[in-house]
Design a protein around this ligand. Structure first.
Ligand SMILES: Cc1cc2nc3c(=O)[nH]c(=O)nc-3n(C[C@H](O)[C@H](O)[C@H](O)COP(=O)(O)OP(=O)(O)OC[C@H]3O[C@@H](n4cnc5c(N)ncnc54)[C@H](O)[C@@H]3O)c2cc1C
Length: 387
């Protein structure tokens, strides 16, 4: 780890996390992929170890640490666990849903939802996407109408990670002219969920949610009414950075698996790692990985120092997603026919990587954001007044 960005404490944390992942996560990935869900017990254990609330204030049960610890967590889970599906479960809970509770949740919301989220007793999801509003979030149709001390919610969400087995959804709803973020308990009357069948990241559950006259107390409004769009834009920068960091970890895992395999596999009387064409491919991939790893660490460091890094987060999401797909394709090729067998994790990675340029904002949308900043000099300002 680069000592420019990480302290001795970050490195010690990485080591303890690595032991946890090796013992509690890696051995179970294949089973969870088959079952289409992650064992809740392991999420509870992660909560008990403090891994789900690294940056959360200690008064809400968190560890009160800086973002560099989250950077270590996202990279390490991806690298040692080797499962973009598992990484998605953790990121959707800790960095998609919980971000809103931390940054704009009232004391009531923090007690009711943040504390049990930190301990792993409640698992959260973030509901932005709808059947007719994905990239274009302003087009969303789910409504929350005020009725006394309640909101009445009608509409639907789709592709919601942790939406099937999770406990609550931080939901983007139309309230009058604006958008507001409202927490919906997923076992409330009027909520129905269906599990979607995906091509990859199968251990991460993804749901379609329907809300029919769902009654939610007004206390479940996050921050101010009508400010939801700005909260989403703000949270998306950290969400995209955590996704990019996970990409860096997954690529390291793919490269290490491949280096091991090509050192053992023989053809034409020698190890295949002696063929120049493969050696040069590895040299190219390793070079690209190192460049993006450094940019990722640098951006994490800037975010940890309170800088607003929308451009860098968008660039990282765009390019590490592309590189991950290229890398798993090239690495699988070096496994020959074995790479196409379920028995070898490289095949699963190839399948899982395909969603990465789509979720958390597509590559096309990343280019839109970057070009608005670079070409039009657009200035994305922070949305949160910290509560
Ligand atoms: C496995 C999975 C998990 C997900 N988890 C979540 C979650 O937890 N919460 C959540 O809210 N959402 C989640 N999503 C949804 C995801 O963020 C959206 O799928 C994504 O934002 C794209 O929206 P869409 O699918 O409606 O595609 P569309 O917006 O319909 O886009 C279709 C195509 O058009 C392109 N396009 C659209 N607008 C433009 C433009 N202005 N310029 C150029 N090209 C454009 C897109 O890039 C894409 O290629 C998840 C998706 C998947 C697949």
């Amino acid at each position: 780890m680069d000592k420019l960005f990480y302290t001795e404490e970050h490195i010690l944390f990485r080591d303890s996390l690595r032991d946890f992942v090796k013992a509690e996560i890696t051995p179970h990935i294949t089973k969870w992929e088959e079952e289409g869900k992650v064992d809740r017990g392991v999420l509870k254990k992660a909560g008990e170890m403090g891994f789900l609330g690294l940056e959360v204030d200690e008064k809400y049960g968190g560890m009160g640490l800086d973002f560099m610890y989250s950077a270590v967590l996202c990279e390490e889970i991806a690298q040692t666990g080797g499962s973009p599906g598992f990484s998605t479960v953790i990121a959707s809970h800790s960095y998609l849903a919980m971000n809103y509770l931390v940054n704009a949740g009232s004391p009531f919301i923090k007690e009711k939802y943040l504390v049990p989220s930190v301990s792993g007793e409640k698992i959260g999801s973030l509901g932005m996407t709808e059947p007719f509003a994905g990239s274009d979030l302003r087009a969303l149709r789910t409504t929350a109408k005020r009725d006394g001390d309640f909101y009445i919610i009608d509409g639907s969400k789709t592709f919601i990670s942790n939406g099937y087995y999770g406990d609550y959804c931080v939901t983007a709803c139309k309230t009058g002219e604006g958008i507001s973020m409202i927490i919906i308990d997923l076992d409330s009357e009027g909520v129905s969920r269906s599990k979607l069948d995906k091509v990859g990241i199968r251990c991460s559950d993804t749901a379609e949610l329907a809300f029919n006259n769902v009654k939610v107390p007004v206390e479940n409004l996050i921050g101010e009414e009508g400010k939801g769009f700005y909260y989403m834009m703000e949270s998306l920068q950290e969400e995209r950075l955590t996704l990019a960091i996970a990409n860096i970890g997954t690529m390291r895992y793919a490269l290490d698996l491949t280096l091991q395999y090509i050192s053992e596999r023989k053809a034409f009387g020698k190890s295949i790692n002696q063929f120049q064409v493969l050696r040069h491919k590895i040299a190219e991939l390793e070079t690209e990985w190192s460049a993006w790893k450094t940019f990722s660490d640098h951006t994490s460091y800037k975010l940890s120092q309170g800088e607003h890094v929308v451009k860098e987060c968008s660039m990282l999401k765009l390019k590490t997603s592309d590189l991950l797909n290229k890398m798993v394709y090239d690495c699988l090729q070096m496994f020959g026919g074995y790479g196409f067998m379920e028995e070898y994790p490289i095949g699963r990675l190839h399948r899982d990587a395909r969603v990465i340029p789509i979720y958390g904002g597509t590559s096309e949308i990343m280019k839109e954001i970057i070009s608005k900043i670079v070409v039009d000099n657009k200035n994305y300002k922070p949305a949160y007044k910290k509560v």
